[in-house]
Design a binder for this molecule. Structure first.
Ligand SMILES: [Zn+2]
Ligand SMILES: [Zn+2]
Length: 74
């Protein structure tokens, strides 16, 4: 029983808040939350004129592009 609970917690930790699925190529945000690289890119597309916002804690990241480049290393 405890094993099941732990597994559920682990799955929640590995679950993307955007697509509600297991992370694929996860990227961590400055706030500590994570999401798939694909989900991050789609969010950035939708918010091209407004600050990017974490879907989990709703923290705004106005300089998300610079952050992305530092993470991607490109
Ligand atoms: Zn996702
Ligand atoms: Zn967050």
């Amino acid at each position: 029983m405890m094993g099941d609970a732990e597994k559920t917690q682990l799955e929640e930790m590995l679950m993307c808040p955007v697509c509600q699925d297991i992370f694929r190529d996860p990227r961590q945000l400055p706030c500590g939350h994570s999401m798939c690289m694909g989900c991050l890119e789609s969010l950035m597309d939708h918010s091209s004129d407004i600050p990017f916002r974490c879907p989990d804690c709703r923290t705004f990241f106005g300089q998300i592009m610079g952050w992305c480049c530092s993470v991607c290393g490109s």
